[in-house]
Design a protein around this ligand. Sequence first.
Ligand SMILES: C[S@@+](CC[C@H](N)C(=O)[O-])C[C@H]1O[C@@H](n2cnc3c(N)ncnc32)[C@H](O)[C@@H]1O
Length: 272
Amino acid sequence: MVSEIRLFVEQEFHQKAQQYSAVLSSRGVKVNLEIIEKLNARFLRFHPDLALCVDESGLWLCANGMKMQPDWKAEVPRLKRSSLKSEMIARACNLGEKPSLIDATAGLGHDSLLMAHLGADVSLVERHPILFTLLEDTKNHAETDPFLSSVIARIHLVFSDSADYLIQQAEQNKIVDVVYLDPMFPQRDQNQQAIKKQAQVKKQMQLLHMLLPEDGEMDLGDNLLILAQKVAKRVVVKRPRLAVYLADQQPNHQWQGDACRFDAYFQQHLVE
Ligand SMILES: C[S@@+](CC[C@H](N)C(=O)[O-])C[C@H]1O[C@@H](n2cnc3c(N)ncnc32)[C@H](O)[C@@H]1O
């Protein structure tokens, strides 16, 4: 995981950058702050390595000549689609019941945004310090959006390894309706490499791929399923369509789509 990173900023936003830098350092990331003259396309092209930058829109990851942020506002048109309630994720997580839900693999938070929009009360857990800080910034910005603000009120960010968080929940006898898991999966990475070659991959996904470990060192999250089953009436795992089961555990029910599927594990003894 990245533990030291450069942060580029123009003088005007220096103070803001220092605040991000302090937050990141409290989360174990050493930030080397550099004041630059102009943060523009030319500068980014000449500094293609992974770094952070700060401007009037907040904190960004930059690499390969691009700036990237998780962008919840860009998800609004999707959230406004009326067919949303029939999406597989809505059925798999029983969102019609407005469940309490832990999303133990936050990533860019897109799935959680949708689930919170459909009524779930979401604890969104991410362990990557830079990704978490970007998410936090995105959430703060989304709070000022008239459409998103009520959705955001149902999302609580947690900076933690989910294994620790789920153990803590179990120790405190806290039961939730759903734990949602979408861990990285190597085959999907290969898919995305192929997509990248077609130059169609969204900037958003590139962000995840730049920050997260490569195949081989990737943590596939098998341990999370067993821990989640201790605290959730229902565990839902998002998988590429043909992927093996998480932790080799056969689910009680599946929802199959073209690109992905949702495996559900029910804990009858936790249902009152
Ligand atoms: C495939 S992404 C999830 C994408 C997400 N569903 C979305 O809609 O953007 C997986 C994320 O889970 C995070 N993650 C994996 N294992 C974790 C763990 N044990 N604790 C916390 N976060 C974890 C990774 O850092 C990564 O950001």
